[in-house]
Design a protein around this ligand. Sequence first.
Ligand code: 4AD
Ligand code: MG
Length: 467
Amino acid sequence: MKKNSWRTDCWRIVDLLRVAEPPENVRVQGWIRTVRCSKEVMFLAVNDGSCQASLQVVVAVDMPGFDALSQLGTGACVAVNGRLVASPGKGQDWEVQADGVSVIGATGDDYPLQKKRHSFEFLRSIAHLRPRTNAYGAVFRVRSQMAHAVHTFFQERGFINIHTPIITANDCEGAGEMFRVTTLDPENPPMADGRIAWHEDFFGAKTGLTVSGQLQGELFATAFSDIYTFGPTFRAENSNTSRHAAEFWMVEPEIAFADLAMNCRLAEEFLRYMVVYALEHCSEDLDFFNRFVAPGLIEKLEAVVGASFSTMTYTEAVDQLLKSGQNFSFPVEWGCDLQSEHERYLTESVVGGPLFVTDYPEGIKAFYMRRNDDGRTVAAMDLLVPKVGEIIGGSQREERMDVLVAKMKSVGIDPQSLDWYLDIRRWGSCPHAGFGLGFERFLMYVTGMENIRDVIPFPRTPGNARF
Ligand code: 4AD
Ligand code: MG
């Protein structure tokens, strides 16, 4: 592994720790994680975020400038020049014998991240410093790798990446959870006939932040066949749970000439690819989660790679729940929405792995899902995984104009308001399907982190947008 060609003056620690032949003189820059002193030497653990491991730096008392370093503490930013040598100590192959250490940015005793293990709750309150911890370092390296994996999966399969809009006039899921986007003066909006005159707003209509790129994605799928979007989505959903964020990222592929079964096959191949990618590219960080956050994680992920996913219909799922003998806080009957406790029971206790639940009652799903021949269910699928519950939601889309228009009217959506969406049913309609993977829900699954706030750099949840 070579130094980055654009960075000629110093090494990234990840590269240095993997060298086969130690270079003579090295320079590294990073932040001090710990300082240990004995009579003759000082040991610094220096971390630059490039990997989980810190570099051990050994500073001898007779090094010029040693005295000035005695105040060095956790959190300080330093540059180290020295020689890379085989480490006699446990836990690392290489260490640096320092010839010089300079302080780039000093720290103080009040640095909030001291040696002891802090709770995730506490670390959330200092979201600007938490990336300097082992756990969040691992989370955000994995997040970055997984974002890359999303693109490689779809690009390798010829999907076209579409950047769907963030500002939109349409509530795709129809759940009324859109954040408003407006330039009108909230204290003195223009009025017409006793109501706010939205036509005078910036876009000439009521607009908000997108809850899903699907509707625009469908348009592009009926031109490019296979497309995907991957971007931020926003939901003003006032549910303060460990699995909901107001701002999250969604991966939404949309494929033409596809039915629900094909959609499930794509979802399964995608999820497995992502897990294999994590195992292959993030092994050091997964090892950390396996040891300190979620024992058994790696074994669970490896099992997912080897087995095919289970499938059951919603009706079968309800039967399973009814005969489970479990005392759920939300009672179960055919037609009810599955709650997290139900989803977890099915995936954890009934199948013990990922589970597709398909063919949900029409009444609890969005307007665009294709009606099944039974007249009471739709061609929907949710993928449920242990601990997290729903990680993917998708469906075959209603491609029949008359059925779709009747459905929109019956749920109170003015077909005129989505005339552009209906146009693809008007000219060259075709069966098509797609799904949305909640990127953070996937990250929770692959890292074992139990709160969605802990896999988002700066989480947005009710009452929380400080950083
Ligand atoms: O099931 P959802 O609402 O489906 C859609 O938005 C479809 N338009 C997707 C499509 O077919 N193209 O959301 C998809 C996924 C969920 O399964 C969940 O993983 C995640 O998005 N999700 C959330 N993640 C974090 N916080 C929230 N508030 C979320 N809401 C949904
Ligand atoms: Mg859903």
